[in-house]
Design a protein around this ligand. Structure first.
Ligand code: A2P
Length: 263
């Protein structure tokens, strides 16, 4: 590698991409090699991107694969005029992305105190950190039930989540680990489907309680939230009104939030 490129990369890893799948005209997923010695906690994010005009252009991306996996998986939005995703969406097998091999984030088990039910509320590509967490053994060791909700505008956008659950069910070891503990609730807001509406409305009007057997309760439930800023704010307000206390890595609590990658 020449010295100019080496300097521009400064601690970044160059990783070969594989398994690119375009789910809709708004989303796609891909895998890449995992750098040797790179460790992360399921639910965390890293900075990834591309070399553009000799410089790394990176954004925060949740790692969608679990911490034990050999490959790293990412689920991304496509924004036609987005500085990174307008280019990233054209990745082909064998192309390279750059990654800063240092992960961070609050959607991790360390930021939650123990509980019985774990709720993972997501919209759009906000499902990515939960794709990691629902394949993480610790989720099932720490909780009796893991409830993943995924809300999108249209039916086609739910495909990544359905495929994820199918992949778990199709893998003998994962299926055994998950057993009956995982519940997947997928809803749409702008196209007809069996389950419709925002999860914030489901919480307020009792539909979530009916579907899961009991209303949200800070005594037993822990919550992780990932989506747009508006979605986070609304879920956070609901949590706080119900008496849930926000957690962090240094002070675990009863709910945690993180913004999904957007441009
Ligand atoms: P809606 O269609 O009613 O706006 P987006 O693509 O805008 O990020 O939206 C993804 C999903 O998140 C959509 O289904 C959208 O519903 C939903 N959503 C947007 N804002 C909120 C919010 N404040 N609370 C809950 N869900 C939301």
């Amino acid at each position: 590698m020449n010295q100019v490129v080496e300097k521009a990369l400064r601690g970044m890893a160059l990783l070969k991409v594989s398994n690119i799948r375009h789910w809709t005209d708004r989303t796609f997923s891909f895998s890449c090699e995992r750098p040797q010695g790179f460790r992360f906690r399921s639910g965390e994010f890293v900075m990834i991107g591309l070399m553009v005009e000799g410089k790394p252009l990176v954004r925060a991306y949740s790692i969608a694969s679990p911490s034990w996996d050999d490959a790293l998986e990412f689920y991304s939005i496509k924004v036609q005029d987005g500085p990174l995703t307008s280019k990233l969406q054209h990745l082909g097998a064998g192309d390279e992305i750059v990654m800063r091999p240092k992960s961070v984030g609050t959607l991790v088990h360390d930021a939650l105190v123990p509980g019985k039910r774990l709720f993972l509320f997501s919209t759009g590509t906000g499902i990515a950190p939960f794709a990691s967490l629902i394949r993480e053994p610790e989720s099932y060791e720490r909780f009796d039930q893991v409830i993943l909700t995924h809300t999108c505008r249209e039916v086609a956008e739910l495909a990544y989540g359905y495929d994820l659950v199918d992949r778990i069910r199709g893998d003998e070891m994962l299926d055994e680990m998950v057993g009956e503990k995982l519940m997947h609730i997928a809803t749409t807001t702008r196209e007809e489907s069996p389950h419709m509406g925002r999860m914030t409305d489901w919480i307020r009007d009792g539909r979530l309680a009916r579907e899961t057997g009991a209303p949200l309760d800070p005594a037993t439930d822990r919550i992780m939230i990932c989506g747009s800023m508006a979605m986070l704010q609304e879920h956070k307000a609901i949590c706080e009104a119900l008496g849930f206390v926000e957690g962090s890595n240094s002070e675990p609590g009863q709910f945690v939030i993180e913004k999904a990658f957007v441009d």
